[in-house]
Design a binder for this molecule. Structure first.
Ligand code: NAP
Length: 291
């Protein structure tokens, strides 16, 4: 069994990005600039945004953080999005989700200029991805495909089962995995899938994006399968400094015995998600998606 080291691969990609930034600056250009809007003080969101800012610093990007309290109105937020849409000094921005209940996330996503939508959530980017046009692809699916590529894992003609059909992971990933560059035969499973154990056991590549710790057990995995664990559920822990730890969707010890490759949690898909946002921002800065 080979442990897929997402942290190592993400580190390599960061180095490549940093080198590109040096080149841009040498040629008289500005460093790529990413902004993040953060509403409220949710612990998870605070952590994710602080990672994004830190990642920018590490590769030489400029970053900006715009904060609002929970009581921000939808109008105020939409006005800020409009301002960022027209900010020529900005290559991309994200609005950290979830947003407070009184704000429509869909409305906010749809108000973002697709050319600056480095999260790849705008319907225009999703649509472009589906028909194989250059697009900003959402970070987690982008990172998973990159991970498979960098480990030279054969995907062509393989049966890929994705458990989970969310708009940010399962569904876009199913499109990427079936595209001609990847050529897998894809099944998308979800909470209404019949005979899920059988369906999963048919997978050469099994991707779990569910959010239920330890859901994928040894009996659901074919001998020699590649297993990608997207799940990251925060569990309280008295053994860590932060007071919590991350648990994946895969029962690691049981599944690792059977598979050929597996991603750990943490240190698998997570670091790839983070680096994909940087990749999208760089693509935007170089005008490589919308020419
Ligand atoms: P989500 O929107 O809650 O979607 C979960 C999916 O799992 C749904 O499609 C749901 O089916 C399916 N599901 C739930 N229980 C199931 C069951 N018993 N059997 C079969 N399918 C089941 O979650 P998400 O946003 O995609 O995230 C999934 C996990 O990935 C979470 O742990 C999240 O924290 C993690 N995540 C990690 C990263 C990373 O960078 N590592 C990035 C994003 C998300 P229905 O559609 O039928 O309800």
């Amino acid at each position: 069994m080979i442990l897929i080291d997402g942290k190592k691969i993400a580190g390599e990609i960061k180095k490549e990005i940093a080198e590109e930034v040096v080149k841009i600056r040498k040629n008289g250009g500005n460093p790529p600039h990413l902004a993040a809007i953060l509403v409220g003080h949710d612990g998870g969101s605070e952590t994710y945004v602080s990672y994004k800012i830190k990642d920018c610093e590490q590769v030489g990007f400029k970053s900006s953080l715009i904060r609002y309290d929970d009581d921000v109105t939808e109008e105020e937020l939409l006005a800020k999005v409009k301002e960022l849409n027209n900010d020529e000094g900005l290559d991309g921005f994200i609005v950290q989700l979830p947003l407070p209940k009184n704000i429509s996330e869909q409305k906010v996503i749809e108000s973002i200029n697709p050319r600056k939508d480095v999260d790849g959530f705008h319907p225009e980017n999703v649509g472009r991805m589906v028909i194989g046009l250059p697009s900003f692809v959402s970070a987690t699916p982008f990172g998973i495909v990159e991970l498979l590529k960098r480990y030279k894992i054969e995907t062509s003609g393989k049966n890929c089962v994705i458990v989970g059909r969310s708009n940010i992971v399962g569904r876009p990933l199913s499109v990427l995995m079936s595209q001609k560059a990847v050529n897998a035969t894809v099944t998308v499973a979800h909470s209404r899938t019949a005979n899920l154990v059988e369906v999963c056991r048919n997978a050469d590549i099994l991707i779990a994006a569910i959010g239920v710790p330890g859901f994928v057990k040894g009996n659901m995995v074919k001998e020699g399968a590649v297993v990608i664990d997207v799940g990251t559920t925060r569990i309280k822990s008295d053994k860590t400094k932060s007071g919590w730890k991350l648990k994946g969707d895969v029962l690691f010890d049981e599944v690792a015995e059977k598979c050929s490759y597996i991603t750990p949690v943490p240190g698998g898909v997570g670091p790839m998600t983070r680096v994909s946002l940087l990749q999208n921002t760089l693509l935007s800065a170089k005008n490589e998606i919308y020419k």
